[in-house]
Design a protein around this ligand. Structure first.
Ligand code: BES
Ligand code: ZN
Ligand code: ZN
Length: 500
């Protein structure tokens, strides 16, 4: 069973008793912040700090057993360095770091105050977000309790964040809960194995958003066939598990206002098809729907926080399987746009799915801008590692907004080039284009391919999240294999777009 974290905000410090953990902030300026006195009458904390050489540096912690006359069992000092330098993400990260020290505590009191520094409601809510994101665990298939790591023993942890801005924090926490819900949904979808989550099961999950007021339409193979989506359907044809295109709409903005649009690659498993992948690491390809998961998670956030925005989320759901019906290298398919594609490598399937999903999206909705997310290439991992996603765009303003949203949420993006020299590499002898280029610049070639399905007058960006959506190194706010990358980033982009 996963731990349940219950968070509340309070103006006054009521030290926890029993299995209580009290968290105090410490700055480089000196001793622990206000509040120490009531739980530490004999100045035990100061002595411990001195002995341990703890200086309140950012990200440093000191975990001590509380003295016998204290109401608390443990006292955790969390360093914040110079609090004036703390960014939004630093507060979130602080929450994650504190959560990582919960151990067996069932009652946690976080004293969020510092002498001489006002900590606002947004900061307090960000600490709460960090705690919740860090506490996430994918353990639905574990039948035995895990008593070890990170204090899994506790079933419910009651966390009280003590701050003079409790009322503002409570308000800010409403949208934090929406965001955490969206990230959790995205992580769950990515972590779920492919035998449990194929195209139909994913579509059913997306359909559940209808309960929140999202309009959900699900197109079947037959309907996609009528629309001429030969590119997407070619990928799906080797799998007995069907294909779906899910259209989710959140209309919280002005009725006539054109929507912003998000499109996700949802390959529920990528064997590579006839151009089959090697065995090593193939299990990771259950996460080849990280783009679709992020888009679905975003729609959840927008609906729960009742965003004043019109947003469309479209996900192309297929399984890239191998059997007698699978497409072959050399096959030529016709996309919804009318352009023909020579499929020289059946493992370059994400772009084939997105070609039709992007075309459909722009054709039907004429969005203000369109952002697609996809675990598209191994090449982007070679280029950027797993700490930043690749950003490709035909529009500088959109690219800048994305980079800014990425910096603020710490879901960072690095802009990559596009250009005619790269585009040329996918010209084909036998069709309008081929789905692979040469050996070099693989992530760029994939982006060029997508761009052929986007008209110049649609501001568009492609985020290659192959490195960041799955298997990225653990951070203070994520210990899950499926990271949920993109949900917080896109929510911020939407927010900035509608509130600017
Ligand atoms: N799903 C993969 C890309 C991927 C790799 C995602 C690692 C997550 C982690 C994609 O469909 C793929 O196989 N791309 C090929 C393209 C190549 C055949 C041109 C690749 O990157 O090798
Ligand atoms: Zn592939
Ligand atoms: Zn793939």
């Amino acid at each position: 069973m996963s731990r349940k974290i219950e968070i509340s905000f309070s103006r006054s410090l009521k030290p926890a008793s029993g299995t209580g953990l009290v968290v105090l902030l410490a700055t480089e300026e000196g001793g622990p912040g206000e509040g120490a006195a009531s739980i530490d009458p004999a100045n035990h904390v100061e002595r411990a700090m001195r002995i341990a050489g703890f200086k309140g540096k950012a990200a440093a912690t000191l975990d001590i057993v509380a003295p016998a006359d204290s109401a608390a069992d443990r006292i955790l000092l969390a360093g914040v360095g110079n609090p004036q330098n703390m960014t939004e993400h630093d507060w979130t990260r602080l929450g994650g770091q504190i959560c990582g020290k919960f151990a067996k505590a069932t009652k946690v009191t976080i004293h969020l105050s510092l002498a001489g520094t006002e900590i606002g409601g947004d900061e307090a809510a960000n600490v709460a977000m960090g705690i919740l994101l860090r506490a996430y665990r994918f353990d639905r298939y574990k039948t035995k309790a895990n008593d070890g790591e990170d204090g899994d023993g506790a079933q419910t942890v009651k966390v009280t964040i003590v701050t003079p801005t409790a009322a503002a924090a409570k308000k800010a926490f409403e949208s934090v809960e929406a965001v955490v819900g969206g990230v959790t949904l995205a992580r769950d979808l990515v972590n779920e194995p492919a035998n449990m989550l194929g195209p139909l099961e994913f579509a059913a999950k997306a359909r559940e958003l209808a309960k929140l007021g999202v309009k959900v339409e699900i197109l079947t193979e037959k309907e996609m066939g009528k629309l001429g989506m030969g590119s997407l359907l070619g990928v799906a044809q080797g799998s007995p598990r069907g294909a779906r295109l899910v259209v989710m709409r959140w209309n919280g903005g002005k009725p006539k206002d054109k929507p912003v649009a998000f499109v996700g690659k949802g390959v529920t498993f990528d064997t590579g098809g006839n151009s089959m992948k090697t065995a090593s690491g193939m299990e990771d390809m259950k996460g080849d729907m990280g783009g679709a998961a992020a888009v679905t998670g975003l729609m959840h956030v927008l609906a729960v926080r009742k965003a004043k925005a019109n947003a469309v989320g479209i996900i192309g759901l297929v399984e890239n399987a191998v059997d007698g019906h699978s497409q072959r290298p050399g096959d030529i398919v016709t996309s919804m746009s009318g352009q023909t594609i020579e499929v020289l490598n059946t493992d370059a399937e994400g772009r084939l799915v997105l070609a039709d999903a992007l075309w459909y999206c722009a054709d039907r909705f004429q969005p203000k801008f369109m952002v697609n997310l996809a675990t598209l290439t191994g090449a982007i991992i070679v280029a950027l590692g797993q700490h930043q996603a690749g950003l490709f765009s035909n529009n500088d303003e959109l690219a800048e907004r994305l980079v800014a949203a990425g910096a603020a949420t710490h879901e960072r993006l690095w802009r990559m080039p596009l250009g005619p020299e790269y585009d040329k590499l996918i010209d084909s002898r036998n069709a309008d284009m081929k789905n692979i280029g040469g050996r070099h610049g693989g992530a760029i070639i994939a982006a060029q391919f997508l761009q052929r399905f986007v008209k110049d007058n649609t501001p568009w960006a492609h985020l290659d999240i192959a490195g960041t959506a799955l298997g990225a190194p653990a951070t203070e706010i994520n210990h899950s294999w499926g990271t949920g990358f993109g949900v917080r980033l896109l929510d911020r982009l939407v927010r900035d777009h509608y509130e600017a």
